[in-house]
Write a protein that binds this ligand. Structure first.
Ligand code: ADP
Ligand code: MG
Length: 243
C-alpha cells in the first residue's frame, strides 16, 4: 500500500483547469521533488492535498483510505497528517519562537504544554535554533524564521511534509541553512513533497523527481533520469535552461 496515492486528480480555479489527471504515488520516506515551469500547477497540487482547494475529480488515498475533501471534519484531521510550509513563513510576530511552535499543539490539539515544549525544544535544537527559544521573529534572519516555520509544522507530528519553495524568499547566503534542515528530515525518513528551484538540492535529496507542465505530469523518474536523460522534449528543454 502506498503512503499517498493520487489518481486522476483535477483542480480548477473558476473555469480555468489547472490540474488535469494527475497520477502520483508516494511511498513511506519517499522524497518527491516537484519541478516545472512557473504556473505548471506545483503549488496547486500541494494546496489540493491539504484541502485548501477541493479537487473537482480524482482520488487521494492516504494509507489506502480515500480522503473526502467535502468533509470538513475529515479535512481538519487531514491537516495534522499532511503539513505544509510556504515560501512566506508567516510566523506570529507577537510570539516567541517557542510559543510559535507550541501554540497549535497546545491550544488547538489540547496536548499537555510540558510535553509539547519538550518536543519543541528538541526540534529547535535539531535545526540549530536551541539558543533562540525566547527570541521574536523580527530578531531572526529569514533563514532562521523559515526553520522555525518548518519546526512549527513538525510540532503537529505530520506523516507527510509539503514544502512549497521554502527557500525562494531568502537571501542566497541563507538558503543552505534551510536546505540543511530539509536534508536532515529526509535522512530521518520524513515523507516529503518538495517544490523547489534548487535543482542541485532536488537532485541530491529526492528519491523521485516529477516534472510538471501545464497542469500535467510530463515525466517522473529517478533524479539521474530526469536531469541527465529525460525522455520527453519538454523535460529536456526545462532542465537545459535551469541547470
Ligand atoms: P506553480 O506553483 O507551478 O507555479 P500554480 O499551481 O501556482 O503553479 O498555478 C497553476 C495555475 O493556476 C496557473 O495558471 C496560475 O495562474 C493559476 N492560479 C494559481 N493560483 C490561482 C488563484 N488563486 N486563482 C486563479 N488562478 C490561480
Ligand atoms: Mg508555486
Amino acid at each position: 500500500m502506498h503512503h499517498l496515492d493520487i489518481a486522476g486528480l483535477e483542480a480548477r480555479y473558476g473555469d480555468h483547469t489547472v490540474l488535469s489527471g494527475i497520477d502520483m504515488t508516494v511511498g513511506r520516506a519517499d522524497v518527491i521533488g516537484l519541478i516545472g515551469p512557473s504556473g505548471s500547477g506545483k503549488s496547486t497540487i500541494l494546496r489540493v492535498l491539504t484541502g485548501l482547494l477541493p479537487p473537482v475529480a480524482g482520488t487521494v488515498k492516504l494509507d489506502g483510505e480515500p480522503v473526502n475533501y467535502a468533509d470538513a471534519a475529515q479535512v481538519r484531521r487531514l491537516r495534522d497528517r499532511i503539513a505544509i510550509v510556504f515560501q512566506q513563513y508567516n510566523l506570529f510576530q507577537n510570539m516567541s519562537v517557542l510559543e510559535n511552535v507550541c501554540v497549535a499543539p497546545v491550544k488547538i490539539k489540547k496536548r499537555p504544554r510540558k510535553e509539547v515544549e519538550e518536543e519543541a525544544r528538541l526540534l529547535l535544537e535539531k535545526v540549530g535554533l536551541g539558543d533562540k527559544l525566547k527570541r521574536y521573529p523580527d530578531e531572526l534572519s529569514g533563514g532562521q524564521q523559515q526553520r522555525v516555520a518548518i519546526v512549527r509544522a513538525l510540532a503537529l507530528r505530520p506523516e507527510i511534509l509539503l514544502l512549497d519553495e521554502v527557500t525562494a524568499a531568502l537571501d542566497p547566503e541563507l538558503v543552505s541553512e534551510v536546505l540543511d534542515t530539509v536534508r536532515l528530515l529526509a535522512q530521518e525518513g520524513m515523507t516529503m513533497l518538495i517544490v523547489s528551484h534548487e535543482m542541485a538540492f532536488i537532485r541530491e535529496v529526492a528519491s523521485r523527481v516529477v516534472f510538471m507542465a501545464g497542469g500535467r505530469v510530463v515525466e517522473a523518474g529517478a533524479p539521474a533520469q530526469i536531469f541527465d536523460a529525460p525522455a520527453e522534449a519538454r523535460t529536456r528543454d526545462f532542465v537545459s535552461k535551469i541547470l
